[in-house]
Design a protein around this ligand. Structure first.
Ligand code: SF4
Length: 256
C-alpha cells in the first residue's frame, strides 16, 4: 500500500464510521457533533439559499460564533448581498466573503465578454472553485446545506463523508431533509430569507445564470438555463471507501 493511499484511507475510514453512526441523526445532532469534533477547524459554507439560511440559524443556536463563509462571485443579486447584511445583524455574526483574484474586468479582458455564456465551467472555476480553496485552507471539515433530492450529483451525498475533491471532511446535516422541512424550519424560527424566493426563484445563484422558473418546473430549472450544466463544481459526487479500496486493489494488481 502506498503512503499516499494510506494517508487517504485513514481519515476516510474514520469518517465513514462517523457517517454510519450519524446517518439517522437530526441536523442539530450532526452540527453539534461537528462543532465538538472539529471545533475551530470546521467552517460553514452558505450560498444564502433557503437551506443555507436555515443552516446559519441552526448553527448559531448551537455555537454562537461559528465560522461561516460565502463565495462572492461579484455577480450575486442585490437581494443576496442585502440578505447577508440582515443575517449578520440578526445573529450578531460575521459571514466571511471569498472572492476570485480575477476581477470581472480582468476576466473580460483575458477571456472575452460574457464568460458565463461562452465557458460557464471556466467562469465557475475562477469565481467559485478557486475562492473555495482559500476558504477551506487550514480547515479539517466543512459544513454544507445540500440535500440529496436537489440534483443527481447530490443524490449520493451522506451526512458525513470524506470529500475527495477538497481533501477534508464534509458534513451535510440536511441531506435527508425535504424542501418542505427546510421551509417549515424557516417559518417556525422566523429566519430571514431571500425575497427572490417569493418571486419564482427557488434556487438562486449569480444574476447571469439564474432565471425564475415556471409553475411545475424543477427548482433548479432556472440555473444555467438551456445548458446541460447543473452544478458549479463545488460538490463532486461522493466516492465511497469501497471505491477507493477497489481502486487500490486495481493499482496493486497492475503493479504486480
Ligand atoms: S454561476 Fe454563472 S456567473 Fe456565476 S460563476 Fe458560474 S458561470 Fe460565472
Amino acid at each position: 500500500m502506498t503512503q499516499a493511499f494510506s494517508e487517504i484511507v485513514r481519515p476516510t475510514a474514520q469518517i465513514e464510521a462517523a457517517g454510519y453512526v450519524l446517518e439517522e441523526a437530526t441536523p442539530e445532532e450532526t452540527l453539534r457533533w461537528a462543532f465538538d469534533e472539529f471545533q475551530e477547524r470546521v467552517t460553514i459554507a452558505t450560498g444564502f439559499g433557503a437551506e443555507g439560511v436555515a443552516l446559519i440559524d441552526m448553527a448559531v443556536r448551537i455555537n454562537p460564533n461559528p465560522d461561516i463563509f460565502f463565495l462572492d462571485t461579484s455577480f450575486l443579486f442585490p437581494e443576496t448581498y442585502e440578505l447577508r447584511r440582515r443575517l449578520e445583524d440578526r445573529y450578531g455574526i460575521r459571514i466571511r466573503a471569498f472572492q476570485s483574484e480575477v476581477t470581472p474586468e480582468q476576466q473580460e479582458l483575458k477571456f472575452g465578454p460574457k464568460l458565463w455564456s461562452t465557458d460557464p465551467d471556466l467562469c465557475c472555476r475562477l469565481r467559485k472553485l478557486e475562492p473555495l480553496k482559500d476558504a477551506l485552507r487550514g480547515k479539517d471539515a466543512w459544513v454544507t446545506a445540500i440535500r440529496r433530492d436537489q440534483t443527481i450529483e447530490r443524490s449520493s451525498a451522506r451526512v458525513v463523508e470524506w470529500d475527495c475533491q477538497w481533501q477534508l471532511t464534509k458534513i451535510n446535516p440536511f441531506v435527508r431533509w425535504s424542501k418542505q422541512q427546510v421551509w417549515e424550519y424557516i417559518a417556525r424560527n422566523n429566519v430571514p430569507y431571500n425575497p427572490l424566493h417569493d418571486r419564482n426563484y427557488p434556487s438562486i445563484g449569480c444574476t447571469h445564470c439564474t432565471q425564475p422558473v415556471q409553475l411545475g418546473e424543477p427548482d433548479r430549472a432556472g440555473r444555467w438555463q438551456g445548458r446541460e450544466k447543473h452544478e458549479c463544481g463545488l460538490h463532486a459526487p461522493t466516492q465511497p471507501l469501497t471505491f477507493l479500496l477497489q481502486k487500490e486493489t486495481l493499482t496493486s494488481n497492475d503493479a504486480a
